[in-house]
Structures are given as C-alpha cells and as structure tokens.
Design a protein around this ligand. Structure first.
Ligand code: NAP
Length: 232
C-alpha cells in the first residue's frame, strides 16, 4: 500500500456524507486533506472531526454548479498547499424524481455541470501538475444505479463519468497518474436516504483502495467499496 504521508488530497463534497468519511479515512492514513463544501461554514464539522489527527488540513469552498464556484475551489487550493496529489471527485447532485419525459432541461444541465463538467474542469486544473510531479491519483465516484429513468440525468451523468475515467486513464498511461472509479454502494446519507442498505462508514476502507495503489498500479479500473467492508 502506498504511504500517503505528506500527500495532499482534495475531496470535493467532504462537508458531509461519503466525502466526509473519505476525508477521515485519508487523514487516518496520514494524508493531508483539503476539505470542500459549498460554503466554508459547511466544512466546519469535518474540520472538527479532523482536528485530533496528525495531518495538515485546508478548506476550500464553492458551488460546483457555477463557474465562480469552480474557480473559487481552484484558487483556494492554489492559495493553500498549491497543488493536489489525490483528487477525489466525490461531490454530486441528483435531479428531482420525475417521469423521464417531464424532467426539465435545466435539471439535466445542472446535474451534468456538477457531476461531469466540474470533474473535467478540476482534472484539467490539477492533473497536469500530477504528471509533472510523476505522482497522482484521481478517483471518480460513480454509482450502481440501474433502470431508474426518473433519475436519468443523475444515472446518465454517472455513465459519462465511467467513460471519462477510462479515457483519462488511456491518456495517462505510464505517467503514474492513476485514474479509477469507485461505487460506494447504497449508503445512508442525505443523498442515499434513510432506507439505504449500508451505514455511511462502510464506504471505508474500500473507497481508499484506489488512493493506496502502489506506483504504476491499475488505472481505468472499477472498484466497489462494499467489496472491502469486512477488511477494516
Ligand atoms: N449515498 C449513496 O447511496 C450513493 C450511491 C452511489 C453513489 N453515490 C455517490 O457518492 C458521492 C457522495 O454522495 P453522498 O451520498 O455523500 O451525497 P450527499 O450526502 O448529498 O453529500 C453531497 C456532498 O456534495 C456537496 N455538494 C452538493 N451539491 C454541491 C454543489 N452544487 N457544489 C459543491 N458541492 C456540492 C455537499 O456540500 P454541502 O454540504 O456544502 O452542501 C456535500 O458535501 C456522489 O458522487 C454520489 O453520486 C452515493
């Protein structure tokens, strides 16, 4: 397993839910963490939880549905550690449950902006630096959602994330920048709801596996976090 000491990880959407667990899991493995939420005050709970761990913590904010928000995140990283070694593209939104014919175009656009286009923009901002430093891990959160047309914008955006992960992995062959995607499973979070099968903590340690891969390890691979839940 890769030693993450002194590495910096940006976890988008780490103010709560799965991203918060990933931030905690990384910090317990001595990785410095950049916490992100839509506002800085939203990041405070995670910052408190990280307080007793022996890592550096920086926070950034921005609504990833907007250009200004994406710029704020990128500038926030630059004014803090200045770079990212591990990028968890975790933040995502769902559309409102509606018959597929009736889902308004602005919902399709907003979901695609947050769940796909923002991921592309953050990769464009941070991956070239990873190539230069000859180390990087990009981990895109996907979903096992199937046959749910009422949530088509969300499901289709995750299918696009899967394709983008593979395209990026092909581009980054032999750079030691590994790009993988992980399905966290159905978890009790604000998004997953209270009827979800799994507690949010069960995303660990599986969600960390793509960050812990040794140099020049697998890229373009799919990981199911729930496959690893007995290991912690
Ligand atoms: N939960 C599940 O069962 C499940 C299943 C499969 C896949 N996933 C995936 O796992 C990831 C995390 O899901 P989750 O269940 O933890 O979600 P969640 O509980 O809804 O948390 C969402 C996180 O994303 C941030 N966020 C939401 N909208 C944003 C925006 N417009 N701009 C910036 N940040 C925004 C939130 O920040 P604020 O606190 O500031 O709002 C929060 O930190 C997502 O990619 C999701 O698709 C989840």
């Amino acid at each position: 397993m890769k030693n993450l000491e002194k590495k910096w990880a940006l976890v988008t959407g780490s103010s709560r839910g799965i991203g918060q667990q990933i931030a905690l899991g990384l910090a317990r493995r001595n990785c410095n963490v950049i916490v992100h939420g839509r506002t800085l005050s939203n990041t405070e709970e995670t910052i408190q939880l990280l307080k007793d761990l022996d890592v550096k913590v920086h926070s950034v904010s921005g609504d990833l549905a907007t250009e200004a928000g994406i710029t704020s995140v990128i500038e926030g990283v630059k004014s803090g550690p200045g770079y990212v070694d591990i990028l968890y593209n975790n933040a995502a939104i769902m559309n409102t449950w509606k018959e597929v014919w009736q889902i308004p175009m602005d919902q399709w656009q907003k979901v695609f902006q947050v769940n796909l286009f923002t991921v592309v923009q953050l990769c464009n901002a941070f991956v070239p630096g990873m190539i230069e430093r000859k180390f990087g891990r990009v981990i895109n959160l996907t979903s096992g959602i199937q046959d749910t047309p009422h949530l088509a914008p969300y499901g289709v955006s995750k299918a696009a994330i899967d394709k983008y992960t593979k395209d990026l992995a092909a581009e980054l062959k032999e750079t030691n920048v590994l790009v993988n995607h992980v399905d966290p499973g159905w978890l009790k979070t604000d998004m997953g709801g209270e009827n979800a099968e799994n507690e949010v903590e069960t995303v660990l340690p599986g969600a960390l596996v793509p960050a812990l891969l040794e140099d020049n390890g697998p890229s373009g691979r799919f990981f199911a976090a729930q496959d690893f839940k007995e290991l912690d």
